[in-house]
Ligand binder design. Structure first.
Ligand code: S3P
Length: 433
């Protein structure tokens, strides 16, 4: 057994079986946290994300004047600042969370005052020019450190903009929309690939008016927001680890309840279906415009086939690609991933780390600048996994470890708590040994 609390030993499993209800979606929780903090009145949430990233957002919101009352078990009450934030003397610490830094910048750029946003070593390496460009085009004053955090905003009134995102990014889209919400006139964001639309749905739920076309969203400001009560749907990107685990064990059966199934997030279900997994979606409901339902999955007796993820699919599946790549050796025909260059600027260089760890487990894999090819029909061997402090890498290789020969040591396993602190306990619950 590892004695280092940052390591986790994963033993092979015989099967994956059971039913789970997962903590709230990270993307939705960030947005509900920010909008509630900005709105008038007290919002109440249940099943709020338990991850450290959303805690970073809440602590930033507290620092700019919102009242946050975290009750228990994902229940959170937030009393907002009615559109007028308090400048903070202390830097706003976004921790590991790119979503917090990029989206909060849009919220703060039109406010009066000076705000400095900082993050951990990983976040301080991630590109922030992607928000500087549109915000400066709106008239904002932003100082970056060599294109990265720490970043300082000298808030001032902004002008509306019509902006086409150069890379698909829901964080950049949200940053511009949150600035546009507070700007007189109509701000439009155009995107070639429709990215997750939680901001659009959440803004409407908080009372804002937006208009959408196939490839754009517009918001006319200024508008005020009003508190809501909402249950956050289970996180489908966290579910991805369990869906992929179930997909690689013929004889598996897993039910995931109250799961967020927003069509801009549920592409993994189509990809697993294309690979041969048997998936049923039941009890579909709409809650605050977000689709929620129950997903049942079992593996095909003959095993998974093969697939390619490229183009718009790669952008929509970006957070699920590490786990898909990690289970690819267990398919019969392999998985080819392209157009996923963005993986290189996530919490780690996820292409490099997936390749490194697949190789450590004895797999053959080919690396490309924008993706990788993982042949199928391979046996993996237990190994020491370098998570690089990246939550999705730690969890992806814990899933691959379930069907490996021998035990796997996940180094930096504590990083799972960035999005999913309950991950290892839930994995133990459904992995039959
Ligand atoms: C997110 C958007 C995606 C995703 C991230 C969460 C969001 O990032 O990878 O985990 O909540 O908007 P990009 O906007 O950089 O693509």
């Amino acid at each position: 057994m590892p004695t280092d609390p940052q390591e986790r030993l994963i033993r092979p499993a015989r099967n994956v079986y059971g039913s789970l209800r997962l903590p709230g979606d990270k993307s939705i929780s960030h947005r509900y946290g920010m909008l509630a903090a900005f709105a008038e009145g007290t919002s109440r949430f249940t099943n709020f994300s338990t991850g450290a990233d959303c805690a970073s957002t809440l602590s930033c919101m507290k620092a700019i004047g919102a009242t946050i009352n975290s009750i228990s078990d994902g229940a959170v009450e937030i009393t907002g600042v009615s559109g007028r934030v308090t400048p903070s003397n202390q830097p706003l610490d976004c921790g590991n969370s790119g979503s917090s830094m990029r989206m909060i910048s849009g919220l703060l750029a039109p406010q009066m005052g000076r705000f400095t946003l900082i993050g951990d070593a990983s976040l301080s390496r991630r590109p922030m020019d992607r928000i500087r460009k549109p915000l400066e085009a709106m008239g904002a004053s932003l100082t970056l450190t060599d294109g990265h955090a720490p970043l300082t905003i000298h808030g001032n009134p902004l002008q509306p903009i019509c902006y086409t995102t150069p890379v698909p990014s829901a964080q950049v889209k949200t940053c511009v929309l949150l600035a546009g919400l507070q700007t007189t006139g109509t701000t439009t964001v155009r995107e070639a690939v429709r990215t997750r639309d939680h901001s659009e749905l959440a803004l409407r739920a908080f009372g804002a008016t937006l208009t959408r076309t196939l490839d754009s969203v517009s918001i006319s400001g200024p508008q005020s927001l009003h508190a809501i009560s909402a249950a956050v749907p289970g996180d489908i990107s966290s579910a991805a680890f369990f869906l992929c685990a179930a997909a690689i064990f013929p004889g598996s059966g897993l039910v995931l309840d109250s799961l967020g199934l927003n069509p801009t997030r549920a592409t993994l279900l189509d990809v697993l279906t294309a690979l041969g997994a048997r998936i049923a979606v039941l009890n579909l409901e709409e809650k605050n415009a977000e689709l929620v339902g129950t997903v049942q999955i079992s593996a095909p007796p003959e095993g998974l086939g093969s697939t390619e993820v490229s183009g718009a699919l790669a952008a929509q599946l970006i957070d699920e690609l590490p786990v898909l790549a990690a289970i690819a050796p267990y398919t019969s025909g392999g998985i080819r991933i392209r157009d996923a260059r963005e993986l290189r600027v996530k919490e780690s260089d996820r292409i490099a780390l997936v390749v490194k760890n697949l190789c450590a487990m004895g797999a053959e894999v080919a690396e490309f600048e924008d993706g990788l090819d993982v042949p199928g029909g391979q046996t993996l061997h237990g190994a020491a996994i370098d998570s690089g402090g990246d939550h999705r890498i730690a969890m992806a290789f814990s899933v691959a470890a379930l069907r490996a020969q021998g035990e796997t040591l996940i180094q930096g396993a504590e990083s799972a708590a960035i999005s999913f602190p309950e991950f290892f306990d839930l994995l133990d619950l459904v992995a039959e040994r």
